[in-house]
Design a protein around this ligand. Structure first.
Ligand code: CP
Length: 312
């Protein structure tokens, strides 16, 4: 194995709550090393291994970047991106599916619509399980690539002032990211959401002793203070009442005009996909960090696969 793993204590990647600062920094530093490495060198790292890619929910970035990362490391990839084409349609339980897939593979990457499904999969699998998003609960690998993006862009995470905008209730990316950022020094978080989409109390309460938090429904109040604005999509698929979604869906639309009142190094991040919350006129400005952010999924997921794929 290429990398010393002693600073990484986890057998699975399920929730960012399981991570220590040392675990996070380990993955970020390995991602930097892998990003700098030639593909010919990387190709030997998981040679002979099989990565299972189980996507019970739609995905573009997470699935393709995991599968590309696995192939870059020399692993083979098996899996599916349409749960309707699996025996789940015949009534097979998730536990039974995982019991089979762990026999076919060395690492399991799974996205599933149910909160807690990744933890359940890890409980029944002897092979490492990586949560690629479970319902509105957690998306820990997105968080690691978000942290990697901030560190790559600003040279540090400590001391950053980060706004989170939009659907903070259902957006699993901001749930994981807020917890992770609270472990760094002097980070300040600004939660900007309408009342019905506020950051859940259990997350805000869990981190408020470790990080300064300000909350508002008004973006303009905080804009000049921010280093990063992390925008999110309003998660239509999680609304029980479609009319509520219709009422709230255009609550924040970022246009070029906002850039007149931001710091010169101000950056906009977004886990993507976006709908209309970031106007495309921002794409060509220096503030747009979201496509680079998505690209950073490759080295970060290489680092995660290489770390877990060489363990069991
Ligand atoms: N950021 C993210 O999870 O994107 P996908 O849903 O396309 O994987």
């Amino acid at each position: 194995m290429l990398i010393e793993r002693s600073n990484f204590a986890l057998a699975d990647v399920i929730s960012i709550n399981d991570f220590s600062l040392s675990d996070m920094n380990f993955i970020l530093s390995q991602a930097s090393r892998l990003e700098a490495m030639r593909i010919e060198e990387k190709n030997a790292l998981l040679s002979g291994k099989v990565v299972a890619s189980l996507f019970f929910e739609p995905s573009t970035r997470t699935r393709l970047s995991f599968e590309t990362a696995a192939q870059n490391l020399g692993a083979k990839v098996v899996g599916f991106s349409d749960a309707n084409a699996t025996s789940q349609k015949k009534g097979e339980t998730l536990s039974d599916t995982i019991r089979m897939v762990e026999k076919y593979s060395d690492v399991i990457v799974m996205r599933h619509p149910l909160d807690g499904s990744a933890r359940r999969a890890a409980e029944v699998s002897a092979k490492p399980v990586i949560n690629a998003g479970d319902g509105s609960n957690q998306h820990p690998t997105q968080t690691l690539l978000d942290l990697y993006t901030m560190r790559r862009e600003f040279g540090k995470i400590d001391g950053l002032k980060i706004g989170m905008l939009g659907d903070l209730k259902y957006g699993r990316t901001v749930h994981s990211l807020a917890v992770a950022l609270s472990m760094f020094d002097n980070v300040e978080l600004y939660f900007i959401a309408p009342e019905m989409l506020k950051m859940p109390g259990h997350i805000a309460n869990a981190i408020k002793g470790r990080v300064k938090i300000r909350e508002s429904a008004e973006l303009h109040e905080f804009l000049p203070e921010l280093d990063v604005l992390y925008a999110t999509r309003i998660q239509k698929e999680r609304f029980a009442d479609p009319l509520e979604y219709e009422r709230i869906k255009d609550v924040y639309i970022l246009t070029k005009e906002i850039l007149q009142r931001t710091k010169s190094r101000f950056r906009i991040m977004h886990p993507l996909p976006r709908i209309n919350e970031i106007s495309t006129e921002i794409d060509e400005t220096d503030a747009a960090l979201y496509f680079q952010q998505a690209a950073n999924g490759i080295p970060v997921r290489e680092a995660i696969l290489n770390t877990l794929g060489n363990e069991k």
